[in-house]
Design a protein around this ligand. Structure first.
Ligand SMILES: [Zn+2]
Ligand SMILES: [Zn+2]
Length: 347
């Protein structure tokens, strides 16, 4: 066969020309001279193919991936080995070499390309939201019918922080740009609704109580008609605390645990365990606080009766003996609570 380019007649032909003439013009890979990668200078996530993704990738890895993504290999290439190398990094620009060894129509060839990768530092939408104090949810942490205590605020702060750290692994808007400390309680501003809801659930898990969500329309996008909502989540913890006396279903119960889904305690007249579902919290009435307990002395005891002295009027009171009071002795101090003119011994 005759090559019209070089005139040779004894070479392998590729289409109309010989292999040598073909390879003169042939490039195994195509690679732009310059590639730009946009990364967020706060969270290191990068912008590619129209979206922000992946946090905290080392810069070198970002460069390698940018090169890989931009290499186009010609169909004729077989058994190729591609070697990427960062030659030097000057500021935001890295000079890189891409070396390719491969076979084309049975001939092994190699090629080296030079490429500059520029890393453009910007701020991703999530980080810019965080910087501007953007929030989707406000958690109103309150106590029912009473003021919150310093230790309850401290515990709540800790729970909010812990929950957001956990959430931040999957939600970039898991942050709290502001805590408004009001007389009636704290308002925790949370970046996303999703994480806000998790925070509210964690608070309820610790303190019990009720959660109520109320969305408010903030503004409307005129072009799409879609509303921008912010959601207020009220977390209202119970008025009663551990140790307090409550009334539920006509039973007087001393509370010994407040959980996410139930209130546990003992009925004070029988010492029987009680489990009250949190959903019935509206039917629970606080009767006495734990610090309203009084102390007195046992003056006599029999198998059926325990007799105490009422410290208010020094009268003697006969109370029914109960298993849990059997170990007390005459002269021992014992606590009691006065409810509706009746005295209940407290363990
Ligand atoms: Zn030729
Ligand atoms: Zn970012």
């Amino acid at each position: 066969m005759f090559c019209p380019e070089c005139g040779s007649t004894d070479k392998k032909m590729v289409g109309d020309i010989c292999i040598d003439c073909f390879l003169k013009e042939f490039q195994m890979i195509e690679l732009p001279k310059r590639i730009e990668v946009e990364i967020c200078s706060h969270c290191n996530s990068k912008f590619e193919e129209g979206k922000w993704s992946e946090e905290n990738i080392p810069e070198e890895e970002i460069i390698y991936r940018a090169l890989e993504r931009n290499i186009k290999i010609a169909d004729e290439v077989e058994n190729e080995i591609i070697n990427l190398e960062i030659d030097q990094i000057k500021g935001t620009i890295s000079t890189c070499f891409v070396e390719v060894v491969g076979e084309v129509h049975g001939t092994q060839i190699d090629e080296t390309h030079e490429c500059e990768v520029k890393i453009k530092k910007t701020v991703c939408p999530s980080c810019s939201k965080m910087q501007s104090g953007y929030y989707e949810t406000v958690i109103q942490f309150r106590a029912d019918n009473r003021e919150l205590k310093a230790e309850e605020y401290a515990k709540a702060d800790e729970i909010v922080e812990r929950t957001l750290i956990k959430q931040s692994k999957k939600d970039k808007l898991a942050y709290c740009p502001q805590i408004a400390k009001l007389k009636e309680g704290y308002d925790y501003y949370i970046g996303s609704f999703k994480s806000g809801r998790k925070v509210a659930e964690s608070l309820k898990e610790e303190f019990g109580g009720t959660i109520k969500e109320s969305p408010r329309l903030i503004s409307e996008d005129k072009s799409t008609g879609k509303g921008l909502y912010r959601i207020w989540i009220s977390v209202r913890i119970p008025e009663f605390e551990v140790g307090d006396f409550i009334k539920y279903n006509d039973k007087i119960v001393q509370v010994n645990n407040i959980g996410k889904n139930s209130v546990l305690g003992f009925e004070i007249s029988t010492n029987k365990k009680q489990n009250i579902p949190m959903k019935n919290i509206d039917e629970i009435k606080l009767i006495k606080k734990s610090d309203e307990c009084e102390t007195t002395t046992i003056i006599s005891k029999s198998p059926s009766v325990i007799q105490i002295l009422d410290p208010v009027d020094y009268s003697t009171q006969d109370l029914e003996m109960r298993e849990d009071f059997e170990s007390y002795n005459i002269g021992d101090e014992i606590k009691f609570i006065r409810i509706d003119n009746y005295i209940y011994l407290v363990n």
